[in-house]
Design a protein around this ligand. Structure first.
Ligand SMILES: NC(=O)c1ccc[n+]([C@@H]2O[C@H](COP(=O)([O-])OP(=O)(O)OC[C@H]3O[C@@H](n4cnc5c(N)ncnc54)[C@H](O)[C@@H]3O)[C@@H](O)[C@H]2O)c1
Length: 330
């Protein structure tokens, strides 16, 4: 079997639903044969290891461990879904304290065992804030760490494709920016349906508001339908992000990335932006939108600042003016 690279990929949380799906997707897409499965729950990760070996992927060299040092040493790429998922009735923000503590330890392990890592993708929620925590603690450069934010956009794309009865990939530019939470900013002005601007598709305001609601509640809806948090779409998209960082197909759906830009007015947060991930890491450009869309992005940014200040208050990350002491790249 042909692989994109032979570098070590570590999947953190590999015993869980997203993690186990990521191992399988990474091997099916031929990313690398060298995959280490890491989790704190031995029976879970052991079981995933057995199942993956029983798939019998040709050339695969899969290992598993519950030891952080063994997992992280020599890692060039890491994806982490290792944290608690939300249950029905919970928002992503309800997971803040517990998962940000896990993110701090995750960042510390990167700094300690694999400072030479190329790229890291953080999935566990609230992903913008866990990723920010991991970035501060890891010492990595901002373009080396991204968070999974794309599902809000693929949910918007799905809803519009269903609305107009077109193939899903005929809907382009359906993006959400800002936080990956209830306060995400949903952008309509760049959307095209089969090449035609959304504004010319005769969609009523009322219907657009319903589609927006469906997008924002997309994750909760999966919990209602399946009785658990989504796992196939996050697994696939996170693996596509790391594939891009390995030099494979570029990833152009919005990714969460570190933004500290006076001109844009967004300072010291991780948020979804118009991004591209390639072998040189993540790069963002200024979002284009109407005054209303940009105002909703600003509101989403302010919500992210509040969550950031909350983890500063909890002592999980230092105050912003001391970040450089922990990570000189910020
Ligand atoms: N960003 C997104 O778009 C998105 C989408 C869906 C789910 N999520 C989030 O992804 C996370 C994982 O979801 P899941 O459905 O796979 O959950 P899961 O409970 O099935 O799996 C999580 C795994 O992480 C492990 N784990 C917990 N703490 C750990 C630690 N400190 N180190 C290593 N492993 C640890 C657990 O043992 C478990 O095996 C949740 O936080 C969920 O909210 C994010």
């Amino acid at each position: 079997m042909e692989f994109l690279t032979n570098e070590k990929l570590v999947i953190v949380g590999a015993g869980g639903m997203i993690g186990s799906n990521m191992v399988q997707s990474a091997l099916m897409l031929g990313l690398t044969p060298n995959i280490c499965l890491y989790d704190i729950f031995e029976p879970g990760v052991h079981g995933v290891f057995d199942e993956i070996q029983q798939c019998a992927f040709p050339g695969a060299n899969v290992t598993y461990t519950v030891d952080a040092k063994e997992a992280f040493t020599g890692a060039k790429y890491i994806i982490s879904s290792g944290g608690a998922p939300r249950k029905e009735g919970m928002t992503r923000e309800d997971l803040l304290k517990g998962n940000c503590k896990i993110a701090a330890e995750f960042g510390d392990n990167i700094k300690k065992y694999c400072p030479e890592v190329e790229h890291v993708v953080v999935i566990f929620n609230p992903a913008d804030v866990t990723a920010l925590t991991a970035l501060i603690h890891s010492g990595l450069k901002p373009n080396q760490l991204t968070s999974l934010a794309a599902l809000d956009s693929t949910r918007l794309q799905q809803a519009l494709a269903l609305e107009f009865g077109v193939q899903q990939d005929k809907v382009t530019g359906a993006h959400t920016y800002g936080g990956h939470g209830e306060q995400m900013a949903v952008f309509a002005s760049q959307v095209k349906v089969d090449g035609k601007p959304l504004s010319e598709m005769g969609l009523s305001n009322e219907r657009w508001e319903e589609i927006k609601h469906h997008t924002v509640q997309g994750g909760s809806n999966i919990i209602k339908l399946r009785g658990r948090s989504s796992f196939q779409s996050p697994a696939y998209n996170a693996v596509k992000m790391i594939e891009a960082a390995m030099g494979g197909e570029k990833f152009t759906l919005p990714a969460g990335c570190y933004v500290n830009d006076d001109k844009l007015g967004f300072k010291n947060v991780m948020m979804a932006m118009p991004t591209t991930i390639d072998a040189t890491g993540v790069h963002f450009v200024e979002p284009k939108g109407t005054a209303d869309e940009l105002a909703s992005l600003k509101a989403s940014y302010e919500h992210l600042c509040k969550m950031r200040d909350e983890i500063v208050g909890l002592g999980i990350v230092p105050p912003v003016n001391q970040w450089k002491e922990m990570n000189p790249n910020l």
